[in-house]
Design a protein around this ligand. Structure first.
Ligand SMILES: NC(=O)c1ccc[n+]([C@@H]2O[C@H](COP(=O)([O-])OP(=O)(O)OC[C@H]3O[C@@H](n4cnc5c(N)ncnc54)[C@H](OP(=O)(O)O)[C@@H]3O)[C@@H](O)[C@H]2O)c1
Length: 320
């Protein structure tokens, strides 16, 4: 073998190693922490990252409540979780985050029927166009206003309980917030094409981060901590399988190069749910199983005041 071939071979091995370790895979959170006696509520727990998170928490002994629109799909996943984890404390409930009446009904039912809420994982999310019956952008409502309303409706329960047992609230978001700005106009407009859809999606990532950051301040007198979680840039979930042919073709190269298995996609959720060290950064942003300082536009106080006013007005709440 010539020297040149040897250098090429070594370079390929090194680049391949870094690509597999840091791009196609990612940090893995290891902990043998058990959650017996703890209750977890996870929206969108019947698919993708939510399902993987629900499975892991069930194996740790938690009572897991899966809240999604499609009860049939959730019940199938419930059976799978029970079979694989041996944990029978799995409950499915129906909620449509695009419908405030459904969110209110769900919150009431959850509050009345569940004794505790120790971990609340706002995981459900979509990257789609369409409008709600309220004439609002569906993506904005499912990814932000619905979870904002649900979190607020469950806050009293969490506050009461936090005197005895701590609560953690986790919101799934993405790094896309870095490129986003909040435009009131996009809340009421049906996005046209993938470009616009992604811009709205990143906007919802930003508002979720602003909410979680400021919710932490609002809850400073309670043993409730809050976390924004980026699961990774591109995670392989069922949503990818459901894409239309043209989008699948478009996604082929990124999928091959950077898409990670769902196993790597739930590690940061797990880290913020289980690790003792994260409470020091409550309100913050977590990615790759570590805390990352937020970009300044996400922590701007006057931007939050405007967003808070809008969020209360849209969801019909009087205060946080
Ligand atoms: N996958 C990625 O690459 C990636 C990257 C960054 C951030 N994220 C974020 O991570 C979270 C999970 O993503 P994922 O890829 O795992 O999602 P997914 O596989 O597409 O699953 C979405 C979940 O949301 C639920 N859902 C959708 N619309 C709903 C509604 N109106 N009301 C209630 N539940 C609803 C779905 O259940 P039903 O169909 O039963 O409603 C499903 O369980 C999302 O917040 C996403 O924005 C994902």
């Amino acid at each position: 073998m010539s020297f040149k071939s040897l250098v090429s071979a070594v370079t390929i091995v090194i680049v391949g190693y870094y690509w597999m370790t840091y791009v196609k895979r990612g940090p893995v959170y290891e902990s043998d922490k058990k959650l017996n006696g703890k209750t977890v509520l996870i929206t969108g727990g019947n698919a993708g990252i939510g399902k993987a998170t629900a499975m892991d928490l069930a194996k740790r002994g938690a009572r897991v409540v899966i809240a999604s629109r499609n009860l049939k799909k959730s019940n199938k996943v419930k059976d799978e979780i029970i079979k694989e984890s041996g944990n029978h404390e799995i409950r499915t409930m129906q909620v449509d985050l695009s419908d405030y009446d459904s969110v209110r009904q769900f919150a009431k039912e959850f509050d009345e029927s569940e004794k505790y809420l120790d971990y609340f994982v706002n995981n459900a999310g979509i990257v789609l166009d369409g409008m709600t019956k309220y004439g609002m952008n569906r993506l904005y409502v499912v990814d932000y206003f619905g979870p904002f309303l649900l979190t607020n409706l469950l806050l009293d329960k969490m506050k009461k309980q936090s005197a005895e047992r701590p609560v953690r609230i986790i919101n799934l978001t993405s790094e896309g917030y870095k490129f986003a700005e909040v435009y009131e106009s996009s809340m009421r407009k049906d996005p046209q094409g993938w470009f616009e859809i992604f811009f709205v999606y990143w906007e919802t990532n930003l508002v979720n981060i602003q909410f979680i950051y400021n919710l932490n301040k609002e809850l400073k007198d309670y043993d409730i901590t809050t976390y924004s979680v980026n699961p990774g840039t591109l995670i392989h979930t069922e949503a990818v399988e459901e894409l239309d042919f043209n989008t699948k073709v478009l996604m082929f190269i990124p999928q091959l190069l950077i898409m990670r298995d769902v196993y790597y996609g739930y590690q940061t959720s797990l880290y913020t749910l289980l690790d003792d060290s994260v409470t020091a950064h409550s309100g913050g942003f977590f990615t790759g199983c570590s805390h990352e300082k937020l970009w300044p536009h996400a922590t701007n106080e006057s931007a939050w005041e405007l967003l808070k006013k809008k969020s209360l007005e849209v969801t019909g709440l009087s205060s946080i």
